[in-house]
Design a protein around this ligand. Structure first.
Ligand code: SF4
Length: 363
């Protein structure tokens, strides 16, 4: 994801789950607590899951990764192609195409911290969102081709030279085998920071099985709820069904988002939802489902930075001034944001990404 703005204009929310302390009120005491740092979400130390993998399990994962590449059905597109010879819907073969690798400061404060999130922006995607906010990267074969071992060297460089808090695989659904091989190679080269799997949630059970034990933080963006919307705007059938199944599996693997005392997230699921113009009722369904079917303690980032991009607002060919996808050719407004936030709170969710109340990071 490109730079992410935090939720504005939303009053602080206090969890009904934590006991209220009746301390004397002092003018220097903060009136708002960073509730995501409360036990049981606070870790003393953390060892990334890939460090704990046995050599036998690592070898199994390597062999599974190569076998998926030779007959790829790794995402819901089910292309059944040999990616050593050709490409499927995602347009990417056996090596990854990487557009940008850098410490990134556009993520949630608990991911980017002070040194940045070590982000790897992959070229290509298994979705075709007409409003894609990273259109130049995701819909074009644009970037440098890297083998898994070369990608691993970059990951270690991000850690050792950049001092990043994690390695953040951005839109990796279509390059899961290569990512698995790279993480295993980087582990042998001395990688020690957590892995973030930053996904549009159009994943499959097979790819998440491959990622199990390699990923520490799942960062799914649950985009839309209705099938008619996903068909029209994401060019994918049954998106929400796959997203629901995937997020449940992610939660089974790593649970709620947990932090070390420095405020940096180390493990768990952080769910994003980008509110879209006129689609706030789909956001309401999504937050209700998260609360009822995943966990009321899910850490949620309700995002407001939708901008018309990619195909949205472009003139329809041969039709004069008529614009494509005119219904979403605008930013979201405060009312639409409030509807989703209110529904989330009413459903019992309480761990939200909120704007910092000072100039620095909210960690
Ligand atoms: S990852 Fe790519 S080749 Fe594999 S099933 Fe998905 S779109 Fe097709």
């Amino acid at each position: 994801m490109r730079p992410s703005l935090s939720l504005r204009g939303v009053p602080p929310f206090h969890s009904p789950r934590l006991p209220t302390l009746s301390l004397p009120r002092s003018p220097i005491l903060p009136t708002h607590r960073n509730l995501h740092l409360a036990p049981p979400f606070l870790l003393d130390t953390y060892t990334p899951r890939y460090q704990l993998l046995s050599s036998i399990d690592a070898a199994r994962k390597r062999s599974l990764a190569y076998s998926h590449l030779s007959n790829c059905n790794l995402c819901p597109r089910l292309c059944s192609v040999n990616r050593f010879k050709t490409t499927g819907h995602c347009l990417i073969g056996s090596n990854v195409l990487v557009n940008t690798i850098a410490p990134h400061f556009g993520e949630e404060p608990c991911l980017q911290g002070h040194n940045g999130s070590g982000s790897v922006f992959f070229s290509g995607c298994n979705l075709r969102c007409v409003f894609c906010q990273n259109h130049d990267i995701a819909h074009q074969r644009n970037g440098m081709e890297l083998s898994p071992e070369e990608l691993a060297e970059w990951m270690v460089k991000l850690q050792d030279v950049g001092g990043v808090h994690n390695i953040n695989m951005v839109t990796p659904e279509h390059v899961v085998p290569q990512v698995a091989l790279a993480i295993l190679a980087a582990r042998d080269m001395g990688l020690k920071v957590p892995i973030v799997y930053n996904t549009s949630a159009f994943d499959s059970m097979a790819s998440l099985e491959l990622m199990d034990g390699l990923v520490d933080i799942y960062l799914p963006d649950f985009k839309v709820w209705n099938d008619s919307t996903s068909k029209r705007l994401l060019k994918a059938d049954n998106y929400a069904e796959h997203a629901r199944e995937s997020i449940r599996e992610m939660y089974r693997q790593v649970g709620d988002l947990c932090f070390t005392g420095d405020g940096i997230a180390r493990k768990g699921v952080l769910v994003r939802h980008l509110v879209m113009p006129g689609k706030e009722e789909e956001g309401v369904e999504i937050v209700r489902w998260l609360s009822g079917s995943v966990s009321k303690d899910t850490f949620v980032h309700i995002m407001e930075q939708f901008h018309p991009r990619a195909h949205v607002g472009k003139k329809r060919r041969g039709s004069g001034e008529e614009k494509r996808y005119a219904d979403i050719n605008r930013a979201v407004n405060e009312d639409e944001m409030s509807v989703v936030v209110k529904a989330a709170k009413e459903a019992g969710l309480w761990r939200f990404q909120e704007a910092a109340r000072h100039d620095g990071f909210n960690i």
